[in-house]
Design a protein around this ligand. Structure first.
Ligand SMILES: [Zn+2]
Length: 440
């Protein structure tokens, strides 16, 4: 979505230039019918009829949920109408995205805005004969033989919503769609190329949409995942603000905690890592989790056990107070203190002390060693009359003597290679513990 915002900014600049250079008004006489149609993974096509002569400049304004501004694109009129095609084959758009659009004509000093319209980008791939049912706040969608499972997900949505509302002290702000996919190919085709390979379910809170894959795990796993995902949407509503996303470890921590109402087996993961490679600082997992499975799982586990600590020591009402502070625009640290009465730093310290470890310290970057790449012998080389100097190695720090031979590897590098090997082996043993869904 970030790209849309940048395009919107570029579009605004283009509009200004258009207005300055505009000739006097001519015969544009307003918009006729505006329509839009989409084909999944191909395009969203916007069309409008133009009455009278073409305007000096014609633009289409596009907006998707969760973005503050519009993407503005100029469109060339063609004999009484205009068409713009959004190529979604190269620019992935998540299914069920509701696109808001309106046309804008600039003619001399006059700006004419067409009515605001919407088009829903549906997953209409071949073979997906969607059917749907309404269950409370949820609309469940399925194809093939998945009706019973889909209806069960709808019931679980209600359960998850109710317990998250109770914990966070708010109400769900709108309806939720749940799409149930049968095959892995269909499911990952919906999530797009950015999805992690180990994802089995995903919530897109700004779209109020949950995607479930029936092959993502056992029936018991899928039921737990359903509660987890819908908790994300309640959390999104409970913390909605114009300034920033709440800490990711808190978002995932609450969703995972809500699966069973306690830290469950997440505590064991933190204990294991605390006695080995160590834990993450909470600042380090407030926005993105590591890409690797092991680092990702530790991030979830730390979030879940921290949520458990807060509820255990300060009561469930602390979570509602934290959510309320976010709605008022609090930073992560301010929200944690508003909920617990404890400065965030003390809360973090209490967490690490509970696992018998010190809080992690920032790691200083190691100096970059001199190049050990084979180089041509020193001295000018005659190449067809042109003097070519051998490439100069980058400056090395005075403490680090340059390396003479290509066979030598600096000791710090050898040490880090050895450490990486130890970590890799430990990781490989440990990664098998739990293959789980994780989502945004
Ligand atoms: Zn999650």
């Amino acid at each position: 979505m970030g790209r849309l915002i940048r395009w919107a900014a570029a579009g605004a600049g283009a509009l200004f230039i258009g207005l300055v250079g505009a000739p006097p008004a001519s015969g544009f006489d307003g918009f006729g019918d505006a329509t839009a149609d989409s084909t999944y993974d191909v395009e969203i096509r916007f069309m409008v009829e133009l009455q009278g002569a073409s305007p000096d400049r014609l633009e289409l304004l596009l907006r998707t949920p969760g973005t503050a501004g519009s993407f503005v694109t100029p469109v060339e009129p063609d004999d009484g109408s205009a068409t713009y095609v959004w190529d979604t084959a190269t620019d992935h758009v998540t299914p069920n995205t509701l696109v808001t659009y309106r046309w804008r004509a600039i003619n001399g000093d006059e700006v004419v805005l067409g009515p605001e319209e919407t088009v829903r980008y549906e997953d209409d791939r071949d073979g997906l004969d969607w059917r749907q049912a309404q269950l409370g706040e949820a609309t469940v969608h399925w194809y093939g033989d998945a009706e019973a499972q889909a209806r069960r997900f709808g019931e679980l949505t209600a359960v998850g919503v109710e317990q998250a509302e109770d914990l966070l002290g708010t109400q769900l702000a709108g309806p939720v769609d749940v799409f149930v996919y049968d095959s892995r190919e269909d499911f990952f085709g919906a999530l797009g190329p950015g999805a992690r390979e180990w994802t089995g379910a995903a919530a897109y809170s700004e779209l109020r949409t949950i995607f479930m894959w029936l092959g993502g795990g056992s029936a018991a796993y899928l039921e737990v995942a359903m509660v987890h995902e819908v908790t994300h949407i309640v959390f999104f509503d409970a913390t909605d603000n114009a300034f920033h996303d709440p800490a990711r470890w808190l978002n995932e921590g609450i969703a995972t905690w809500s699966e069973s109402g306690d830290a469950g087996d997440q505590r064991g993961i933190v204990e294991f890592e605390a006695s080995g490679a160590g834990l993450f600082s909470f600042e380090a997992i407030s926005q993105q989790f590591p890409i690797g499975e092991r680092g990702g799982q530790l991030s979830y586990a730390q979030g879940t056990t921290m949520v458990d600590l807060i509820i255990d020591r300060y009561g469930r009402e602390a979570m509602a107070a934290i959510a309320a502070a976010y709605r008022d625009g609090a930073s992560d640290e301010e929200a944690l203190e508003a909920g617990t009465g404890m400065p965030a730093a003390e809360l973090y310290a209490a967490f690490y002390a509970g696992f018998g470890v010190d809080a992690p310290e920032p790691i200083q970057p190691a100096p970059i060693a001199a190049s050990n790449v084979d180089r041509p012998t020193a001295g000018p080389i005659d190449e067809g009359g042109v003097d070519v100097d051998p490439p100069t190695p980058p400056d090395s720090s005075p403490e680090e003597p340059p390396i003479d031979g290509a066979d030598e590897v600096p000791a710090p590098l050898l040490l880090s290679l050895a450490l990486a090997g130890v970590v890799a082996v430990a990781g490989a043993v440990w990664v098998a513990r739990r293959a789980r869904e994780r989502s945004r």
